[in-house]
Ligand binder design. Structure first.
Ligand SMILES: [Zn+2]
Length: 292
């Protein structure tokens, strides 16, 4: 009987000590970061290295122009410590939130500082612009969690080295495309930064808009068909994340190739473009093999 009471006392004491330990030494919750697209999510994770908690709003394959946030997404944005977006009109669904002062302070426009072309938000198709992303993201993370500043800065430096290697590789790979063939027609105005960097001409787009949501008029479509025939273009390029119907019927009528690229989103983990670096390599190889 005495023994039992003794053990019970010890047990109660142990539970008390353990619970006290737990509340004193337990790590505080990591900061919550919400990012809009899977491409920004990958770049942010390269710099984060698993320290902060990153949630990506748009699943791979989802078009950032047409996306509609769920109530859970709005809740995640409300609770987040930082929200990383591309900005410059890409995240049309965030327009109302961006104008709300409650959210203003925690929103980081990762493309801040990049010279914007004709309202086109697709800056990441030039890797030198992603260097700016990496700098902006590591700055934002370092301010949020100063104790890990060194890690964030080192990760950013390593990643920027990889971006510079990618840039060199793209120049080498497009060397096989004759200058006169460096002409791009894509579904919407999205290839301008890539074209400027690597000496292509973005000759026309199916919809005359920097958003995939616009549709061409019959007149615009007729002009586009004339241009493709006049220039003898072998292919039209389209993002995996947009509705292909119109581009499919156009290219099949003209008897030319429809080449799918990864523009607004990564592929799934099993696909060929599960990181930004893979995405660019995939796109450049597809463009080179269609136009060489
Ligand atoms: Zn787009």
């Amino acid at each position: 009987m005495k023994n039992k009471k003794f053990y019970l006392t010890i047990l109660v004491l142990l539970i008390f000590i353990l619970s006290a330990c737990d509340s004193n030494t337990g790590e505080s919750d990591p900061y919550q970061i919400v990012v809009s697209t899977s491409i920004i999510g990958d770049v942010a994770e390269q710099i984060n290295g698993g320290i902060l908690n990153i949630k990506v709003l748009l699943a791979p394959g989802v078009d950032p122009h047409s996306y509609q946030p769920t109530p859970q997404d709005i809740a995640a944005i409300t609770e987040a410590d930082l929200v990383l977006i591309n900005g410059y009109g890409l995240e049309e669904y965030l327009n109302s939130i961006l104008n709300d002062e409650e959210y203003n302070e925690k929103i980081v426009v990762v493309s801040e500082g990049i010279e914007i072309d004709d309202g086109d938000p697709h800056v990441w198709l030039d890797p030198t612009n992603v260097v700016v992303w990496a700098e902006n993201i590591s700055d934002a993370f370092a301010v949020l969690q100063t104790k890990n500043e060194t890690e964030f800065r080192e990760n950013a430096r390593d990643y920027i080295n990889q971006l510079n290697e990618l840039d060199n590789w793209i120049f080498e790979t497009i060397d096989q495309i004759p200058m006169e063939n460096r002409v791009l027609v894509s579904d919407h105005l999205s290839m301008g930064y890539f074209a400027d960097r690597y000496g292509f001409e973005q000759a026309a787009t199916i919809s005359h808009s920097a958003s995939s949501l616009a549709e061409p008029s019959a007149h615009e479509l007729a002009e586009l068909i004339d241009l493709i025939i006049d220039l003898g273009l072998p292919a039209v390029f389209i993002g995996h994340d947009v509705n292909p119907e119109l581009a499919e019927s156009l290219t099949s009528d003209l008897g030319i190739m429809l080449v799918e690229l990864y523009i607004g989103s990564l592929s799934t983990d099993e696909g060929p473009a599960s990181t930004y670096l893979e995405l660019m390599r995939y796109n450049v190889e597809a463009i080179a093999s269609a136009l060489k």
